[in-house]
Design a protein around this ligand. Structure first.
Ligand code: BES
Ligand code: MN
Ligand code: ZN
Length: 510
């Protein structure tokens, strides 16, 4: 198979601008206007309806739009309007207009624009205010939603379908009033976040024969060049010299060389302690000698989603020139069986000096993370957050909605909860109580790497907590939220929006 250099990756990035524009005067292929259920028009839709001599109300009176959040109706060649088409988007009941209806409306509008093959659009959804949310919040959701809908991953299909419909230009318009500085800032933040999310999504979607540890290191090099970031990549011999026995133990069955990537973005004074984001980068998890069952094993290519998300977050922060210091740390390798692979029963010495009895080689994430977490101590971090598709048990506990969150510092936990609400990329706190620690007892080493079936995500976090005593630390288990299965199979790019929002809020930037 021909090799895919990182530079061959194509991204379908829509560019957006924001301005004040009377809707009837918008010269565009498609004007996008919101309509509440029951036929109430938004302010922009009212203005357009008046100019079109009641044509919008006329269409609604025929009952052609349900008005449910995300429902759409396309109208063509209306009189009195400079636009060629009008896309009406249902917003649901006005009194219920909150986060979810807004997001559904954005998704509905974006999908309709994509189906239409629209080359440009003027969208009046950014001025809508969900209950208890700022306009900036709505704008960020709008930009991320539109960019997600136009994301494509087709570089590995040879039967090139007609060129993917690309919205070349999107104008986020408001009917009246000046565009505020907050709105401009929200747009800039959202565009950079969308770039970071696109990177995370593509890395997640790439197959494991292409997206290897070396590929991730190349990608980090590309980011470093493009955004002038600091980069260090530790090789196997460096890890051995340092004494990262746990990380090394996971790499033994694989022919792919492991890497430990350290990517630094300095947007604030040198004296400001960095936020360190550690991402699990298992580019494929077979389980090792504790081999996983065959069914759906391909999904274990997403086991580097934590790594993808911290690289994506760094790209976003650097892209928006955020006034923060942040470091991404990515331990990355494959978990394979083989003659050299670690065995159940092996005892290894971690970088911290503590010993671990490997009772199950499929609990490998915690083994690579524990050494990476210890390694972050030398960066004198302000806080450390690790992001990992760590446990199937987390999917059972929280499904595909909330990311599991654990922290040894309640202030940090509260900040993550708030950032998750803000980004609508939500986390739910789980306990890290001492009571669970005894499940990790081993007769032969300081601890075992598994704690049995009960509370599997909690004991995984408890394992990590033994390596973060000197840190203000939180752990995000994204096993259920980083990707989707079924027909919609693909990376979700979560938790890039959460990480970006957290770092900005933490620095007091927003
Ligand atoms: N990468 C998996 C966790 C996972 C499972 C993520 C399913 C997404 C979907 C992890 O390395 C793993 O295998 N965990 C084991 C731990 C067990 C052996 C204690 C698990 O969850 O079964
Ligand atoms: Mn595993
Ligand atoms: Zn894994």
């Amino acid at each position: 198979m021909r090799s895919f250099a990182p530079s061959e990756r194509r991204e379908n990035a829509v560019e957006f601008s924001i301005k004040t524009l009377a809707p009837e005067r918008a010269k565009t292929g498609c004007l996008v206007l919101g309509v509440y259920q029951g036929g109430a028009l938004t302010r922009a839709a009212q203005l357009a309806d008046r100019a079109a001599r009641g044509a919008l109300r006329g269409a609604l009176a025929l009952g052609d739009l349900s008005g449910k959040p995300g429902s759409t109706l396309l109208l063509r060649e209306l009189p009195g309007l400079a636009a060629q088409r009008v896309l009406l988007v249902g917003l649901g009941e006005r009194k219920d207009f909150g986060e979810q209806p807004l997001r559904d409306a954005v998704r509905g509008a974006a999908n309709a624009l994509r189906e239409l093959g629209a080359k440009d659009a003027v969208v009046y959804l950014g001025e809508l205010r969900a209950a208890r949310r700022s306009q900036a919040w709505g704008l960020r959701q709008l930009v991320l939603g539109l960019r997600e809908a136009f994301y494509r991953f087709d570089q590995l299909k040879t039967q090139k379908k007609p060129p993917a419909p690309a919205l070349a230009a999107g104008t986020l318009a408001q009917g009246e009033g000046p565009v505020t500085l907050q709105a401009q800032a929200a747009l800039k933040e959202a565009l950079a976040t969308a770039d970071g999310a696109a990177l995370a999504r593509t890395l997640g979607n790439l197959p494991p024969n292409i997206c290897t540890p070396s590929y991730l290191a190349e990608e980090a090099k590309k980011l470093a060049r493009q955004y002038k970031l600091g980069l260090q990549v530790l090789e196997r011999r460096d890890m051995e010299k340092l004494g990262m026995g746990a990380l090394i133990s996971v790499t033994r069955g694989s022919h792919q060389p492991p890497k430990l990537i350290v990517l630094r973005y300095n947007g604030a004074a040198k004296s400001k302690k960095p936020v360190v984001l550690v991402g699990k980068g298992i580019t494929f998890d077979t389980g090792g000698i504790s081999l996983k069952p065959a069914a759906e094993m391909d999904e274990m290519k997403y086991d580097m989603s934590g790594a993808a998300s911290v690289l994506g977050a760094l790209r976003a922060l650097a892209g928006m020139k955020a006034p923060v210091n942040a470091i991404a740390v990515v331990p990355t390798c494959e978990n394979m069986p083989g003659g050299g692979a670690s065995r159940p029963g092996d005892v290894v010495t971690t970088l911290s000096g503590q010993t671990v009895e490997i009772l199950n080689t499929d609990a490998e994430g915690r083994l690579i993370l524990c050494d990476a977490l210890t390694y972050t101590e030398r960066m004198q971090p302000d806080v450390v957050i690790d992001v990992a598709t760590l446990t199937g048990a987390c999917v059972i506990a929280l499904g595909h909605v909330a990311t599991g969150m654990f922290a040894n510092d309640q202030k940090l936990a509260d900040e993550l909860l708030a950032a998750g609400e803000d980004a609508w990329d939500r986390v739910w706190q789980m306990p890290l109580w001492e009571d669970y620690q005894e499940q990790l007892r081993s007769n032969f080493a300081d601890m075992a790497n598994i704690g049995g079936r009960p509370a599997g995500s909690v004991t995984a976090a408890c394992f990590l907590s033994r390596f973060t005593k000197k840190l203000r630390w939180a752990h995000l288990d994204i096993a259920g939220t980083a990707w989707k299965g079924g027909r919609e199979k693909g990376s979700t790019a979560r938790p890039v929006p959460l990480l970006v929002r957290f770092v900005l809020r933490h620095a007091g930037a927003k």
